[in-house]
Ligand binder design. Structure first.
Ligand code: CA
Length: 659
């Protein structure tokens, strides 16, 4: 059998010329061009935007226990071009109705030694490229093999020489507090030359943003990862601008759990995605992480996005008692928030009977409770309880049945730390079971969600960001926050909801008033964050006593600011410097800006709406105050320049009701 395949391969190579083996695919509008070809037995692809190189010849391939598709490859064939698209709805994202159009083409290669075949499916959108590996069965060689183990990928992305990167390092496993790393909680490096070594020698996390001179922006990520595969990252060794995909490091999670991916055949890998724009606008508006995935199960309950009050961010562990929790339930009710999050130690400091009473109290006020859980990761030492309730299926389902019986509406599960397949399966299992018991799910201390807001109807948000809690721990983190916050809309928050837990109006970030790190941002900057950041549930760091010092219009703003959007547009900005984002809910636009620089700034921009001049409400600093805010009317019209002054680390929100 083997000899026949070799003979067939040699015949192919004898008659084929390289041009016949080269696949070309254009995007629907023709702005992007993809080439796929074999070079010395290896498969490579390249991508061009209006003739400019986005990715030079970059490697493709996977290696499994049964087959090697990294070398000795021969051309088998390619499909014709298939034009396709879809219109779908997301109830909790940055856009409500999304229409995507793409051209698709597949390329098949054969390992010349043993005749195994691999198909790679490419989709070209006007705003980027995605591809996925399709592994068939090996029945010609092994009879009826139904499983294989993917050992590694040789997938890479080779950038032109003048490219710079805006990327965040992958943490070393088992480092940081209670050995909880990696959990995607780090700063971003900005505008560093490609090939710069990563901070911890572990590589870089997705998503990763690249700037190709003044010609283009590129965002790399992956989507569609579930229990069927591992989550990957970019390797550290990026010589000559070549960033390669790397599997989880073996020391992540439990060392005895494999870092490889056991797959069922036929198998389709998660999508590798390359979002491309001449400017940052298509990057920020991209829905590719959602476009490429399918809903995995239908919602059993009416899961709602929303806003939540939360005592822990400022008041920490001791606040998780019935008395303080009641105050935050009252705050949620007063602000018309849908939820109140009760953090770790509630089982000890409130108790299970106490929680039944608290839930009854919350329900009477129209507020749903979200309960914190430890992931039961025996791969770290995080001591917070309840522990041992989320890893075992029977225990978990019993716990969720109890939650449902007392009216709990969702869970926050913390401390996963790692990207191995077993943990990907745990995320999926928690989500799937939570759907049965009417619970929305928020993960913390966790991986980047890869398409999950569409795949799992009850997944609402996920941390995977160096969030506000870090600023309450250390002044140095707070000092960097304005730069960090103006980077996230172009990076982390592009591909998935992000539970940064924004909005602290206290001047100091300690548990007791007047203690802890000094807040460096203006209150107007804080008010802009629920618009600048997108999260299916936005957990606010507001403290009742502090909020009462602010005028009524601030309360009205928090009551009305949406948590799910009909449309999102970048108006202006640059990662780490400043950002102005416009988000629409039905007929109302919220245009929010934050200044990442510590100097006063006049934001100057034009809006693509409204058609006729109308009066809009502007919230910004009162007379340049870091603390006080004011609201006033200004006139806005499509195409007419708008100028808004802010202080250093200041911000604004402009509310335009175009009805
Ligand atoms: Ca965290």
């Amino acid at each position: 059998m083997k000899n026949i395949f070799i003979a067939v391969c040699m015949l192919f190579s004898f008659f084929s010329c390289s041009e016949k083996e080269k696949m070309v695919l254009l995007s629907p509008s023709g702005n992007l061009t993809l080439y796929v070809k074999l070079t010395n037995g290896q498969l490579v692809y390249s991508l061009f935007l209006s003739g400019d190189t986005i990715l030079a010849d970059s490697p493709l391939g996977i290696v499994t226990e049964n087959a090697d598709f990294s070398q000795n490859l021969r051309f088998v064939g390619m499909t014709g071009i298939r034009s396709d698209g879809e219109t779908y709805r997301l109830y909790k994202g940055k856009a409500e109705q999304i229409t995507q159009v793409y051209y698709e083409r597949s390329y098949t290669v054969m390992n010349a030694i043993n005749g195994d075949t691999l198909k790679i499916t490419f989709r070209l959108f006007d705003d980027g490229l995605a591809f996925s590996y399709r592994l068939g069965d090996f029945s010609h060689r092994f009879g009826s093999i139904t499983h294989d183990v993917v050992v590694c990928e040789t997938t890479g992305f080779k950038f032109p020489e003048n490219t710079t990167a805006f990327i965040s390092p992958l943490a070393k496993a088992k480092t940081f507090w209670a050995r909880t790393n990696p959990s995607y909680e780090d700063q971003y490096q900005r505008n560093i030359p490609v090939g710069s070594p990563s901070d911890y020698g572990q590589g870089w996390v997705f998503p990763a943003l690249f700037r190709i001179g003044d010609r283009a922006w590129v965002l790399l990520s992956e989507t569609g990862v579930d229990g069927g595969y591992v989550a990957t990252h970019l390797a550290d060794n990026s010589e000559h601008g070549l960033y390669k995909i790397e599997f989880p490091h073996p020391d992540q999670n439990l060392p005895e759990d494999p870092a490889t991916a056991a797959v069922q055949l036929p198998f389709m890998s998660p999508w590798r995605m390359v979002v491309v724009g001449k400017t940052l606008h298509p990057i920020v508006a991209s829905s590719m992480a959602q476009d490429l995935v399918k809903v995995k199960y239908s919602a059993k309950y009416d899961f709602k996005p929303g806003k939540a009050s939360w005592s822990w961010l400022t008041l920490k562990d001791n606040s998780v008692d019935p008395k303080t929790s009641q105050k935050f339930i009252d705050l949620a009710a007063e602000l018309h928030f849908e939820y109140c999050l009760i953090d770790g130690w509630w089982d000890r400091q409130t108790g299970r009977e106490g929680m039944e009473k608290l839930s009854e109290y919350a329900r009477a006020k129209g507020v749903g409770l979200l309960l914190w859980y430890n992931s039961n990761g025996n791969w770290n030492d995080a001591p917070q309880t309840p522990i041992d309730r989320m890893a075992d299926r029977i225990v978990r389902r019993n716990e969720m049945a109890w939650m449902q019986s007392i009216g709990i509406t969702g869970i926050k599960v913390d401390f996963f730390g790692g990207d191995k397949q077993r943990v990907m399966q745990l995320y999926e299992d928690i989500l799937t079971d939570a759907n049965d018991y009417g619970l929305v799910v928020n993960f913390h201390g966790c991986t980047l969600p890869r398409g999950w807001d569409r795949m799992f109807p009850n997944f609402v948000t996920d941390e995977a960001v160096m969030g506000m809690e870090f600023c309450t721990f250390e002044q140095a983190n707070e000092d960097k926050r304005p730069v960090h916050a103006t980077t996230l809309p172009f990076t982390r928050n592009v591909v998935a909801p992000m539970d940064f837990t924004p909005v602290i109006l206290n001047p100091r970030l300690g548990v007791k008033p007047g203690t802890g790190p000094v807040r460096v941002t203006s209150s107007a900057f804080e008010l802009a964050l629920p618009v600048v950041f997108q999260s299916g549930i936005e957990h606010f760091g507001l403290i009742p006593a502090n909020l009462r010092q602010f005028p009524d219009f601030v309360w009205t703003y928090f009551r009305e600011v949406p948590s799910a959007w009909s449309e999102t547009r970048l108006i202006d900005g640059y990662p780490g410097r400043d950002v102005v984002i416009a988000r629409r809910r039905d007929s109302i636009w919220y245009v929010a800006g934050i200044n990442g620089e510590n100097t006063a700034k006049t934001f100057s921009f034009k809006l693509p709406f409204p058609e006729k001049a109308i009066s809009a409400m502007l919230i910004t600093e009162k007379n340049g105050s870091m603390y006080e805010v004011e609201q006033r009317e200004i006139t806005v019209e499509k195409g007419t320049p708008i100028q808004i002054q802010t202080v250093g680390y200041g911000g604004f929100v402009l509310i335009i009701n175009s009805q």
